[in-house]
Design a binder for this molecule. Sequence first.
Ligand SMILES: Nc1ncnc2c1ncn2[C@H]1C[C@H](O)[C@@H](COP(=O)(O)OP(=O)(O)O)O1
Ligand SMILES: [Mg+2]
Length: 190
Amino acid sequence: GEMIVLLMSGGPGSGKGTQCEKIVAKYGYTHLSSGDLLRAEVASGSERGKQLQATMQKGELVPLDTVLEMIKEAMIAKADVSKGYLIDGYPREVKQGEEFEKKIGAPALLLYVDAKAETMVKRLMKRGETSGRADDNEETIKKRLDLYYKATEPVIAYYEKSGIVRKVSRNTDRNMLIQSNITSVLSLTP
Ligand SMILES: Nc1ncnc2c1ncn2[C@H]1C[C@H](O)[C@@H](COP(=O)(O)OP(=O)(O)O)O1
Ligand SMILES: [Mg+2]
């Protein structure tokens, strides 16, 4: 049947990657992180990777077609072994959500992690001490945060219209709600 797609959104350093790991451990979804896919391309040393690195270093969004194509390829590569996808870090702007629906399909849920700005900055500065990421420095963090509020938060409102937004919070009862939602979504698929 139709492959389940869950989207995970949240600010830089909100912990969306960590929440994805928990959901994957519990439900066995295929976790695709747009940032990880992009960093793998950068690590490959390809010409495209060099362009991407320059963009990411400035905390800016990479071209829509590039990141969508990479996610699509990663989904296809896992299609025969996947129970469904948990896509982390995409969409980062409403246009990306619209393109995803056109080219791939409609997501079942948009999960998002809420965190205060100062929490995210503190976490990223701390992560920057060991992550070796070119974008975990004060100036770039501010840019990414600014971009999150300007471009990515509207994505939540966009999906609110179809009633598929669920907030992932750390306390269990809310997570129970998320789990029941994921279970019910799962039960929809044969
Ligand atoms: N969907 C997307 N569209 C455009 N650029 C993206 C993207 N996903 C990631 N990027 C680029 C911009 C991000 O600042 C950078 C790192 O992404 P990330 O690893 O998801 O960051 P974080 O997890 O710290 O929020 O890669
Ligand atoms: Mg991440």
